[in-house]
Write a protein that binds this ligand. Structure first.
Ligand code: PMP
Length: 452
């Protein structure tokens, strides 16, 4: 996309911001966007076909104009706050739900592992990369979640991708929520497995789709526990009933449920008080556990199979020592101090209530993810940018994460945000929201939203 190249800025007026966004955002609604190589150079077809993709061109255009909501570098990260463009910024965009990334015990565990094992295991777990920290993590997470065994991957994405692609076989009947995470989708595609998408969190649709198949082959239902963009919780009691009625096993992605759901952060089964739990649970270390890595917990036979057959496990380097040690230390803190879970949730409820009172249309904050709806991409991006200028970072969610003409701000809250942080956030949201016109054009707008 051709845009007038303008230098990065610190402060933009709302009019100027809108002018720049208007140059690029309409591209989101198109199928292809004009894009020529710089200086008219000839590009090999292999690269030339990478031009004109609307989301890419819109983001590149936004970057050239200094108004992109993505890849904003933080010069410092201190948990609840960060430094962005040299200014102290309230961090409302991180998955650090329990606020443990700077906990002294977590930092110390990482430092100690760094000293003892160096910067990297430089090899796969299978051959030469296993250290006691990996094994301890696996034993402790399995024990915490109440499963016989667990396996630690180098990322959550690799856990989903590696587990699903090796556990599911051609001919299986696999059912997946249509809003499931990309790593689940990648795990199910490309290996000859045919999977069926059911309507989002719609257990009637799930059951209808299961019934449309002849029973016989193995059946698996796969769902996120907390949907990452909206913060919605899976209807697990109904899902388990449907599964059991039709002889299906259940695979639950607890990436955003671990540390946020249930009295002690054990996830959706604890939240709903279920005795019949999912058969396999996936989780990540990159959110509540303040590190990077992913795991699958489940029956010994499945975990042992994954240890030898999950390609993203066998053919990739082990989680780095300091990172795995940080995750293990964070897990121990979660077990010892379950109050952190409720602290994060109560912060989320407080902020969501405040935002609703101000007139924002947002989710309820049952989990520490709050989705704030914008009228469209222009309103969302303008709000996001103006918030950054005012010292508050949220996450911008655009197509393809939401339908083409929609946009939302995804806020995430930490246990370590104080009421002062949250009150400050509300003040900034109010001032900026009125400037952008996202709130404050009175009751008419609120009524309009209520009938949607
Ligand atoms: N599943 C879900 C639902 C997620 O939101 C994410 C991360 N965004 C992942 C899996 C992948 O986790 P990781 O960041 O550890 O790769």
């Amino acid at each position: 996309m051709q845009v007038d190249s303008e230098p990065m800025r610190d402060e933009l007026s709302i009019n100027e911001l809108r002018r720049r966004l208007a140059q690029v955002l309409p591209g989101l609604l198109q199928n292809t966007v004009p894009s020529d190589p710089p200086n008219g150079e000839v590009e090999p077809a292999f690269f030339a076909r990478l031009r004109g993709i609307p989301t890419v061109e819109v983001c590149r255009g936004g970057e050239a104009l200094g108004v992109s909501p993505f890849f904003i570098p933080a010069e410092a990260l201190d948990g609840p706050t960060a430094v962005i463009h040299g200014r102290e910024t309230l961090m409302l965009g991180s998955n650090n739900y329990l606020g443990l990334t700077r906990h002294p015990e977590v930092m110390e565990a990482a430092r100690e592992a760094l000293e003892r094992y160096g910067t990297s295991c430089t090899g796969s777990r299978l051959l030469n990369g296993t250290i006691p920290v990996h094994i301890e993590f696996e034993e402790e997470i399995a024990d915490f979640l109440g499963y016989p065994k667990a396996i630690l991957f180098s990322s959550g994405f690799m856990a989903n991708q590696g587990a699903l692609s090796s556990l599911c076989r051609r001919g299986d009947q696999v059912f997946s929520d249509r809003d499931n995470h990309a790593s689940i989708v990648d795990g199910m595609t490309g290996f000859g497995v045919r999977y069926v998408r059911y309507a989002h969190n719609d257990m009637e649709d799930l059951e209808k789709r299961i019934k449309s198949f002849e029973p016989g082959p193995p059946r698996l239902i796969v769902s996120d526990s907390v949907f990452s963009m909206s913060g919605e919780i899976v209807k697990l009691p109904q899902l388990m009933q449907v599964a059991r009625r039709h002889g299906a096993l259940v695979y639950l992605d607890e990436a955003h449920g671990l540390g946020t759901l249930g009295a002690t952060g054990r996830g959706a089964a604890e939240h709903f008080g279920l005795s019949d739990k999912p058969d396999l649970v996936m989780g990540t270390l990159s959110k509540s556990l303040a590190a990077v890595g992913g795991f699958i917990a489940g029956p010994t036979v499945a975990i042992d199979f994954l240890r030898f057959c999950a390609r993203s496990f066998v053919f990739s380097a082990a989680a780095a020592p300091a990172v795995a040690a940080a995750g293990l230390a964070a897990l121990r803190i979660l077990r010892r101090e379950p109050d952190r879970v409720e602290a994060a949730r109560s912060n989320a409820r407080y902020l969501a209530n405040g935002l609703r009172q101000l007139g924002f249309e947002c989710s309820s904050g049952t989990v520490p993810i709050i989705a704030v709806q914008a009228a469209d991409a222009m309103e969302g991006c303008a709000m996001h940018f103006a918030l950054v200028q005012a010292g508050v970072l949220t996450n911008m969610v655009l197509y393809p994460a939401v339908p083409k003409n929609e946009a939302m701000l995804r806020i995430s809250v930490m246990a370590t945000h104080t009421r002062q942080h949250l009150d400050h956030a509300l003040e900034v949201f109010e001032t900026v929201g009125k400037k952008i016109g996202m709130i404050g054009s009175g009751d008419a707008r609120r009524r309009e939203r209520a009938v949607k």
